[in-house]
Design a protein around this ligand. Sequence first.
Ligand code: NAP
Length: 328
Amino acid sequence: MSDQNDVRELIIIGGGPAGYTAALYAARADLEPLVIEGFQWGGQLMITSDVENYPGYADGVMGPEMMSDFRRQAERFGSQFITDDVTKVDFSERPFRVWVGDDEYSARAVIVATGASARWLGIESEQQHRGRGVSTCATCDGAFFREKEVYVVGGGDSAFEEALFLTKFASRVHLVHRRDEFRASKIMVDRAEQNEKLDFVLNAVVEEIVGDVKVEALRLRNTVTDETWEVPADGVFVAIGHDPNTSLVVDQLDHDAAGYLITKPGTTETNVPGIFAAGDVQDHTYRQAITAAGSGCMSALDAERYLAAVEGHPGTAMTAPRPEAAEV
Ligand code: NAP
């Protein structure tokens, strides 16, 4: 087992479905991966309640339980974990270097699987009330709003999931959306329409969150007429999408205008050979646990092939040449 000063085969940055799946495959390929999983490991699924659409869990599963399962499975085959945040990386030289505070780790290949984080509205009063009535996580904070009046902002599946979850606690849930059409899937919209505690405020945005210490009201603006009005409110849940967690690597790896890492189509290879990207950090389209896990698997296979071809790692039975190079 390697210690901190050794050059490892593989470091995986991130402990969500992509990172743990990469670790599982890499560990089974004898790459002894070091997973720097983040202080808050588990990623976005740790703040999700029921996951009903991950194949294999026929009766659904709680997000945190699923992440524990992923982690245990990766651990079973020898993955090592550091439960802390990476603070710096240097991908300009080989071996690649990764820091956690003052501790430096190096590896011949790195998989970046740092995921994405919830987006905020960006208004001043939101930051003022953050954690005091303004949240991006109904699963975490919903129970504080028993018999209260809450607003959820957004028109995608996240907003509907949050709104439906909040109906378990709140006296009334209003979903505010800036258009009159939803991005959310039909099944979620149907469920919301059938829920008596939930209603929609369409063509509207939150302009200001009003209140001294706690949230007391919201100033809304109609996006068609520009009319503004105030409504009483005890809480606001912001569910308007996510941004990729790329601040660590943004000046070292190619990314698109929104910050998502760019991978070579059909692979998880970034513009730096030996650095791979998996999961939501490189996927603004699908962003599902299952697709993140799938690309985590791909990244481990890509890293294994890279290490075998370029770095001379013996590889395993799993290591096969890329289809284009194979005689098929
Ligand atoms: P999303 O689909 O990108 O939806 C974001 C919503 O927020 C959109 O309706 C958008 O409005 C609105 N929005 C964005 N910026 C805004 C702003 N500044 N002010 C007001 N509204 C704003 O994001 P998501 O809901 O987080 O879903 C992301 C992915 O995860 C999707 O693929 C979704 O299917 C998936 N997901 C699935 C489940 C599930 O299956 N159980 C649960 C959660 C998420 P516009 O529509 O006008 O752009």
